[in-house]
Design a binder for this molecule. Structure first.
Ligand SMILES: *Cc1c(COP(=O)(O)O)cnc(C)c1O
Length: 390
């Protein structure tokens, strides 16, 4: 059943696809099958040759559980279509191999796996890649004039929560005929819709807020039919398609995406305000704080400030590690976006592979602790931080 075209985000999260089961089950069953049988060769050829819609082989993505998820993912970002992947990195890799072969510019800090793929692995295939800081945006036009055709960025960035202006960077990219892809994992579609701001493609690690329960690994690409259709064969033959059971679990999670993220926004704001006045906290990095450098841009381009914040403990890296080790409600783990609150010290986890000098260049200090705010009571989370800070 089709919902109105102008339905709101919560409605789209619950009723985001039009697939129906022949038996009339209220929820689409999980199509836990690798292949599909046909009444005749003629019917099989109709589906293979694209004359009729239908399911065929799960790795191709031609499976109702995957298609229902993809319809839902597309509508969340206001995209024409979406592809679902086995992980966020699988989605990014397929995007880079399809649209980044002439060169990729990554603006600002990015997820560690993304940086590794761009710095070490894609160059082995002869793909030129360039990593520039948000403060080096002046270099972007020259790199695009030199042939790079894909700009990639995350905003807010990990772990410094730096804000990048999606509309302004899209304008620079488009003036040179290049594409802008935005990793919207940190913000989620509840807080930010990059396509509406001028981006061409959105990538997600659905492992984080979209999945939301730290119990699945998945990824997604959203964008126009023209840009996404050529990605399909890369996903198919790299074999990085999502599994049907994971697709169904992710669809279950998406039904509560809006209420989860709104609560996480509210708790993160309360924690940021409580930490801002704490004597053992040197700095609080959160887009929702009035004094934060990215606050004005965040108000313009985001619908909520997110569930991620970073505190810089007064003292050195060892002092921050002691605080992390004393936390009891926050669990020490390098992920984010789940219902349980997590803490990580970037210099020992997400940015451990970088030299201290490179971390400093990116504005990442050893005393930083990155918090992913879950769905526990905000008062309990604040009390936990206060006892750990001592
Ligand atoms: C986790 C993450 C990724 C990679 O996602 P996986 O699902 O682990 O492959 C990419 N970008 C961001 C911002 C992430 O947090």
């Amino acid at each position: 059943m089709a919902i109105p075209a102008d339905a709101g985000l919560s409605t789209r999260c619950v009723h985001g696809h039009t697939l129906e089961d022949a038996r009339g089950s209220a929820l689409l069953p999980v199509y836990n099958t690798t292949t599909f049988a046909f009444p005749s060769t003629a019917d099989l050829l109709d589906v293979i040759d694209g004359r009729k819609p239908g399911s065929l082989y799960t790795r191709y993505g031609m499976n109702p559980s995957i298609e229902a998820l993809e319809q839902t993912l597309a509508t969340l970002e206001g995209a024409e279509m979406a592809w679902a992947f086995a992980s966020g990195m699988a989605a990014e890799a397929a995007l880079f191999l399809t649209h980044g072969r002439d060169g990729i510019v990554c603006v600002g800090d990015a997820y560690g796996g993304t940086l590794e793929l761009l710095e070490r692995q894609l160059p082995l295939l002869g793909i030129p890649t360039h990593l520039i800081l948000g403060s080096e945006l002046g270099r972007l036009d020259g790199l695009l004039a030199g042939g790079a055709r894909l700009v990639f960025l995350e905003t807010p960035t990990n772990p410094a929560l730096e804000l990048l202006d999606i509309a302004a960077i899209a304008a620079v990219a488009h003036a040179r005929g290049a594409l802008l892809a935005v990793d919207n994992t940190f913000a989620s579609p509840v807080n930010q819709r990059p396509l509406a701001l001028g981006a061409d493609v959105v990538t997600h690690s659905a492992t984080k807020y979209l999945g939301g329960h730290s119990d699945l690994t998945a990824g997604a690409l959203m964008g126009s039919r023209e840009l996404l259709l050529p990605v399909r064969d890369w996903r198919k033959n790299l074999g990085s398609t999502i599994a049907p059971a994971t697709a169904d679990l992710l669809m279950r999670s998406l039904r509560t995406l809006v209420v989860r993220v709104r609560q996480q926004n509210a708790s993160a704001q309360a924690i940021a305000e409580a930490m801002a006045g704490h004597p053992r906290v040197a700095r609080v990095l959160y887009p929702g704080l009035a004094g934060f450098p990215g606050h004005e841009l965040a108000k313009r381009q985001m619908h909520g400030f997110g569930g991620m914040l970073t505190i810089e403990v007064a003292g050195d890296g060892a002092a921050a590690a002691r605080v992390a080790d004393r936390l009891r409600v926050f669990r020490l783990a390098p992920s984010l976006g789940g219902v349980e609150s997590l803490v990580t010290q970037p210099c020992t986890t997400t940015h451990h592979g970088l030299s201290p000098a490179e971390r400093a260049r990116r504005g990442i200090s050893d005393a930083m602790l990155r918090l992913s705010v879950g769905l526990e009571d905000a008062a309990d989370l604040i009390a936990d931080l206060r006892q750990a800070l001592g």
